[in-house]
Design a protein around this ligand. Structure first.
Ligand code: PEP
Ligand code: CO
Length: 408
């Protein structure tokens, strides 16, 4: 059943409309901009308020039950994979990894896919060179095409409607999977999540919960704000602070503890368990210096956050041929160091946020992908290099073993 909600007054959107926002597509002069925006504003919600409340509740019990959280999926989802065969394959990987994590740790595992809306990517370079041509970078299927030509890389606002349609298919499949009912308690998911990056898209999918009158973001269960857009005075944080979803925030290695605290104040002013998931992504060599002062600052200020390790994004390297990759050993080292730091500070290390493909890709080095030469066998990511499921199992096994020993 499609979730219901009462309409929001879209003539007066939130304050974030007038706030600075990094990483936005330049499409406001496009002939179809208004139509696309209005189309979204009148569309049914993609996820329901009751679902969001249920996820928030289970996140709020993570710490006391010592349950775990596993957030996983593509770096950038493809519109073309939002169809039954691929969706089923992704769900199988979520089930496999979630079940294995649970079996090895003896804990229940809440599963959240980077799925059903992970269509927009922040980029460190707005353009890229192809021979003599300089063209806009690929920014995710919500904005432009991965095909490298000046025309296909133009930002197209109609893509917001395509994203909505693609998301709807995935959300329906996730809902059926959750309601299948016999595998897992309904609280364990799988739920959806994505980076709430494109303000035009996200702000038109704010809805009012008919039962509580609260605003919620109806594009996904667990939106997060990225390392490049987490400034407290900017639109992304303002938008997420106005809705009742559980929200995530990535924290990079250069984050200042005071800045992190300001983000916590904005996103979790009432210090509510289950509201805020902090996701450090620091890199294996920087986490030991950078994370402890942040943990202490957040804990001392009384924010009961969920601590989740993203051991992927701080460990990206380039091969001699210019291909982005990650070494499984680095990923494992960062995850174990994260665990040690949290436990030393008497906090619950709640689990992992990882980029994993449903196909048997060769994008990261480790396990059966022995060297750089093997990467070319099956490298299909639209953006960052993902683990394959076997590599992800290795990571989960290392976490579960809890080897405090330093692998470096
Ligand atoms: C991502 O999760 O794909 C991403 C871009 O992360 P971050 O904001 O941590 O760089
Ligand atoms: Co990524």
């Amino acid at each position: 059943m499609q979730p219901s909600s009462s309409a929001v007054d879209f003539t007066r959107l939130g304050p974030w409309e007038d706030m600075p926002a990094a990483q936005q597509p330049d499409w406001r002069d496009h002939a179809e901009y208004r139509e696309a925006r209005d189309g979204l504003a009148s569309a049914p919600p993609l996820v329901g308020a009751a679902e969001i409340r249920r996820l928030r509740q289970s996140l709020s019990r993570l710490v006391t039950t010592e349950a775990l959280l596993l957030q996983l999926g593509d770096c950038a989802e493809s519109f073309y994979e939002c169809e039954p065969r691929h969706i089923a394959q992704k769900l199988r990987v979520i089930d496999r990894l979630g079940d294995r994590f649970s079996e090895l740790t003896g804990r229940s595992v809440i599963r959240v896919g980077r799925m059903g809306g992970q269509f927009a990517k922040p980029r460190s370079q707005p353009t890229e060179r192809h021979g003599a041509l300089t063209i806009p970078s690929f920014q995710g299927h919500l904005i432009n095409s991965e095909i490298a030509s000046p025309v296909t890389r133009e930002a197209n606002p109609r893509r917001m409607l395509w994203a909505y349609e693609a998301s709807d298919k995935v959300q329906r499949a996730l809902r059926r999977h959750r309601q299948g009912g016999y595998r897992l308690p309904a609280t364990e998911g799988p739920w959806s999540s994505h980076e709430a990056l494109v303000i035009d898209y996200e702000s038109r999918l704010v809805r009012r919960d008919p039962d509580t009158e609260d605003l919620y973001l109806a594009s996904t269960h667990l939106p997060w704000v990225g390392e490049r857009t987490r400034r407290p005075a900017d639109a992304h944080v303002a938008l997420l602070s106005a809705v009742v979803n559980p929200v995530g925030c990535k924290i990079g290695p250069t984050a200042d503890p005071d800045d992190v605290l300001r983000v916590c104040e904005a996103l979790d002013p009432h210090r509510e368990p289950g509201r805020l998931v902090l996701i450090p992504r620091m890199g294996r060599d920087r986490i030991q210096e950078a994370l402890p002062p942040i943990v202490r600052r957040v804990v001392n200020a009384g924010h009961p956050v969920v601590w989740l390790s993203d051991p992927m994004h701080g460990n990206t390297v380039k091969t001699r041929l210019g291909l982005k990759t990650r070494h499984l050993d680095d990923v494992i080292t960062e995850a174990l160091r994260f665990r040690d730091i949290l436990e030393t500070n008497r906090q619950h290390a709640a689990g992992l946020h990882i980029e994993v493909a449903a196909d048997d890709v060769t994008e990261c080095i480790g396990g059966s992908v022995e060297s750089e030469a093997d990467l070319q066998r099956h490298y299909t990511s639209l953006c960052d290099p993902r683990l394959n499921a076997d590599q992800a199992v290795e990571l989960i096994e290392a976490w579960a073993k809890g080897a405090a020993a330093d692998r470096s």
